[in-house]
Design a protein around this ligand. Structure first.
Ligand code: ATP
Length: 219
């Protein structure tokens, strides 16, 4: 059975979520209060509806309660985002993901029961900055304020050594959880695995430890 989602707010963020979910073969009801935005998605989403989602009766009449997961991608209008989330909670939606504008907005969203709060601009800024300061770090995914997952290109200092020889867990406190090699990915590589030229290491650890590893071993 296809997964069913509702995306509220068809700006750049909400719009790209709709397109990607459709690509991934899900059913999507796309909602915006602007009929122009809705027209843009009429041929893309499974269903595109013009509605103001701060009105509880509108949410009920659209049957939103029956969808598995609702994404609130209303950005600038924080009040509309909070009210919509509250209404969704009230009608009993199981999973609600909301885009937050700032930390205060996030606090309120969590208080009223949003299951997941995302900060796409902030997170993308962090990823791009980490990419820019190091030629070796390809990607960066923040897990918490302290911990991240990074994709790091193995350079000549590491090539030819096994994971047990490098012993990065004891020396740097980080774990190599996977190695991308050509088009393959070795998940949980064995201790005897040798690093090869142009391997990409996927490491998990604290930001400080990842940086220490990057500075000491890759320069
Ligand atoms: P992005 O950065 O993703 O482009 P944004 O953060 O600037 O978007 P907005 O453009 O403010 O966010 O909002 C996204 C969409 O949400 C807009 O198309 C807007 O019409 C819609 N929207 C705002 N309030 C409501 C509401 N009460 N009901 C339904 N849609 C709404």
């Amino acid at each position: 059975m296809k997964k069913e989602f509702v995306v509220i707010g068809l700006g750049r963020f909400g719009g790209s979520i709709v397109k990607e979910l459709i690509e991934l073969n899900a059913d999507v009801m796309a909602i915006d209060k602007s009929s122009e935005k809705v027209d843009d998605y009429a041929g893309i989403a499974t269903q595109a509806v013009t509605a103001d989602t701060t009105d509880e009766s509108v949410l009920r009449s659209l049957g939103i309660r029956n969808f598995e997961h609702v994404i609130v991608a209303i950005g600038e209008n924080i009040q509309a985002s909070i009210l919509t989330t509250l209404m969704l909670k009230e009608i009993g939606v199981k999973k609600i993901t909301v885009k937050a504008q700032n930390d205060y907005h996030e606090k309120v969203l969590r208080k009223i029961g949003a299951d997941q709060v995302v900060h796409p601009e902030r997170d993308m800024g962090i990823r791009i900055a980490n990419n820019m300061v190091s030629n070796n770090i390809l990607d960066y995914l923040e897990l918490s304020e302290e911990y991240s997952i990074a994709e790091i290109i193995a350079n000549e200092k590491l090539v030819g050594f096994t994971l047990v020889e490098l012993d990065v867990r004891a020396r740097y406190g980080i774990n190599i959880v996977a190695i991308k090699r050509d088009k393959h990915i070795l998940v949980s590589p064995q201790a005897i695995e040798k690093i090869e030229f142009e391997d990409i290491l996927i490491v998990i650890g604290s930001d400080a430890d990842i940086q220490r590893f990057e500075k000491k071993e890759l320069h």
